[in-house]
Design a protein. Structure first.
Length: 379
C-alpha cells in the first residue's frame, strides 16, 4: 500500500488513523502488508507499525517524486497480490507501474475546494491532477469512505459499480463517556483537527464572538496545529476574544479524550470532509457535534439526533446553535445520548472485515470488482 504518511509522521491525520485501523487489523489476521510512505527528519527509513512493514522514502514535498521508485523497488523485491493507493493528497498515478489488481481508497477529493486552501498554482495542480483520475485509474476498484465521496467519484465519470462505500469506524471502547469527567461548568465548544483554511475554523471563531454578545460565558477551545494558526490568532485579537478562545496546540490522545468528554459540543465548520472523524470520536464520548452541512459531514452528524448541521460559512446560524445548547443542558445530554448510540454502530472491526472482503473479490477477479456489494452498516 501507498500513502503519503504513516501514523508516526508528524503530519498524520484522519486518513492515517483510517489506514492503520483497517490495515493493521488485516496484518493481525495474517495478511502481509507493506506500506510505502514519506519520511521526515529523524524518522527511521524502515519500521514495523501495527504488524505492517513501513518503508519511508523522500519527505513531505519530495514524496510525489520519490514514491514511484520506492514502489518499483517493493514490486521487484516481493510478490504481491494487489496494490492499494490511498489518495488523500495528490494522486500518484501508480496504476502505470504494475499489472497487479489495483485498489484505490478515497477519503475525499478536493476539487475546487483546493483553491480555498492553497495558493492558486498549487491548487491548480491538485485540481488538474484530480481531473485525470477517471482515466488513469480506469481499471481500479474504489473504496470510498462516505456516500458523498462516492457521489463525487461518480460525477467525475467513474461507474457506480466500481465504488464500494465502507464507513470508517471509531474506537468506542476508548472514546467513551466517563462519569468522572463531567461537562465543563460553562458552555465550552471544541474544535479538534488541523488548522487549515478550508477547515473553516474562522467561522467558529466569528460565531463565538456573535454568541458572546448574548452569553459572555461561552468559550471555544482549539486543539491542533497547522499553518492557519497565526491568521486565526490575529482574528481572535481583532475580534477582542483573546480571553474566550484557547489555542491548545497538539494534544496527546488522553488529553484529546478528556477535552471531548467535557465539551458541550465539537464544532467542525469545514467546507468538505471525507467523513469527519472528530465528529464520531466526540459522539463516542457522548458529545454532540455542530458541523457544516457539507459533503462527508452530513453523514458523520445526524441532524437533530447527534448534533446539528448548519449552512457552511453561516456564522450567525452556528452562533444560534451554540446559544441553543448553552441555554439547555438537557438538549446537550439528549444529543449526546443519540451520538453515543450512533457511534456504537461504527466499529473498526466491521470496516476492516468489509475492506478485506472487497480486496479479496478484486484479487479473485484480477482487477475491478464488478460484483458490487454494499457493506454500509444501516444506520
Amino acid at each position: 500500500m501507498v500513502n503519503w504518511n504513516d501514523r508516526e509522521n508528524p503530519h498524520a491525520g484522519g486518513a492515517e488513523i483510517h489506514l492503520h485501523e483497517i490495515f493493521g487489523r488485516l496484518a493481525g489476521w495474517g495478511h502481509t502488508v507493506d506500506l510505502v510512505a514519506s519520511g521526515w527528519p529523524g524518522g527511521a527509513a524502515q519500521t514495523v507499525l501495527d504488524g505492517m512493514g513501513v518503508h519511508r522514502s523522500g519527505g513531505r514535498h519530495s514524496f510525489a517524486l520519490r514514491a514511484r521508485g520506492a514502489v518499483r523497488r517493493r514490486l521487484r523485491t516481493c510478490s504481491y497480490d494487489i496494490v492499494v493507493e490511498d489518495i488523500n493528497k495528490l494522486p500518484l498515478y501508480l496504476t502505470q507501474l504494475t499489472d497487479l489488481p489495483f485498489y484505490v481508497i478515497v477519503p475525499h477529493l478536493f476539487g475546487a475546494t483546493a483553491f480555498a486552501e492553497a495558493s492558486w498554482p498549487i491548487a491548480a495542480v491538485v485540481w488538474a491532477a484530480e481531473q485525470l483520475i477517471p482515466w488513469v485509474y480506469r481499471r481500479a476498484a474504489f473504496h470510498a469512505i462516505s456516500d458523498s465521496t462516492r457521489d463525487d467519484l461518480v460525477r467525475r465519470g467513474i461507474s457506480r459499480q466500481r465504488v464500494e462505500v465502507i464507513y470508517p469506524g471509531v474506537d468506542a471502547a476508548w472514546y467513551s463517556p466517563d462519569g468522572g469527567t463531567p461537562r465543563a461548568g460553562a458552555p465550552t465548544f471544541l474544535y479538534v483537527g488541523r488548522l487549515k483554511r478550508y477547515k473553516g475554523v474562522e467561522t467558529a471563531v466569528r460565531a463565538l464572538a456573535l454568541a458572546r454578545a448574548e452569553r459572555p460565558d461561552v468559550t471555544l477551545e482549539i486543539a491542533g496545529q497547522g499553518d492557519d494558526r497565526a491568521r486565526l490568532e490575529r482574528l481572535v485579537r481583532a475580534l477582542g476574544q483573546v480571553d474566550a478562545v484557547r489555542f491548545l496546540g497538539f494534544v496527546p490522545d488522553e488529553e484529546k479524550r478528556r477535552l471531548l468528554r467535557r465539551a458541550w459540543a465539537v464544532v467542525l465548520p469545514s467546507l468538505k470532509e471525507g467523513w469527519g472523524i472528530s465528529n464520531v470520536e466526540a459522539a463516542a464520548c457522548g458529545t454532540p457535534a455542530l458541523a457544516s452541512d457539507s459533503p462527508g459531514l452530513r453523514e458523520s452528524v445526524r441532524h437533530g439526533e447527534t448534533g446539528f448541521l448548519v449552512p457552511h460559512g453561516d456564522e450567525r446560524a452556528l452562533a444560534d446553535r451554540m446559544l441553543a445548547l448553552a441555554a439547555e443542558p438537557a438538549l446537550v445530554s439528549r444529543l449526546g445520548r443519540g451520538a453515543r448510540a450512533f457511534a456504537e454502530q461504527l466499529s473498526w472491526e466491521r470496516a476492516a472485515r468489509a475492506t478485506e472482503a472487497h480486496l479479496q473479490r478484486v484479487i479473485a477477479q484480477g482487477g475491478v470488482d464488478h460484483a458490487h456489494h454494499d457493506h454500509r452498516t444501516p444506520l
